[in-house]
Design a protein around this ligand. Sequence first.
Ligand code: MRU
Length: 322
Amino acid sequence: MDKDLRPIIWDDENNQLILIDQRKLPNSLEYFTCKDYNDVAFAIKDMVVRGAPAIGVSAAYGMALAELNDDNIEKAYEQLKNTRPTAVNLFWALDRCINAYKSNKSILDEAKKIHEEDIEVCRKIGQIGEKIIDDGDTILTHCNAGALATSAYGTALSVIRFAHYNNKKINVIADETRPRLQGAKLTAFELNYEGIPVKVISDNTAGFLMKKGMIDKIIVGADRVLKDYTVFNKIGTYSLAVLAKYHNIPFYVAAPYSTFDFKNDLEDIVIEERDEKEVIYIDGVRIIPEGVSAYNYAFDSTPPELIAGIITEKGIIYPNEK
Ligand code: MRU
């Protein structure tokens, strides 16, 4: 059933990109159509589509739309590149497309390849990673690293899905993930859609559940993994990893190689700061006094010593094993 939950659809007949509008979930399943690269850039910036692999695949189709519409390819590349700074899949996918273009290959073919590969890679992450899950485990996850954040299956949620497909009885706890609520809105939606037991907690409940012995493992996704295995992921991931260490709970990351950045170092990475309104308002209602502002960092970084394993499509990396 999960295979039906595809956030990214290329419409060959009309040469357009159709995205699940993730801003509208879980209350309505609506689609957002992109007819040119500007629409795709908007969709990424405004989080119609989000999650590192899904951003990369969408940007690739944005480049394909620029090609089909006879737009300036370099301009499209620059505009798409400037949508969100932290998830490296965006730059990885854009570079593949511009290289295809420079080699006189079809960008659309390259985008379709990136899309198909992502489905395969996420399936493999699930098949490889499900081995770390024991029957009866309760697994905590943060943000949404699911089918909605990729082309299908997800990364962290692919591991959870494949454990479920292999008849392991598991329970999932989803951090609500303030301020955009990807855990409450998206992770809870897609696990519930598939019949995988899930409960949502406010982010500040995680430590208490760990202390009570209610969490067996933690699995999260990643927006960027550096060569020393530092992991950038949704804000709050670092706090979870520190708590996990204190409570002796294995903390896993699931990420494809398209999320690895072998070039840059910690100080080179830009942590996205989004509009403070995302923190100040809930459903259009101001919850912070007038005149008070807010921090809204979208990501944080977790050092390798807090990570038990990084599950990739090629196997599990153990950052602390020499
Ligand atoms: O701001 P978002 O929703 O794009 O952030 C998404 C995450 O942090 C995910 O955990 C990450 O991209 C991995 S998705 C498989």
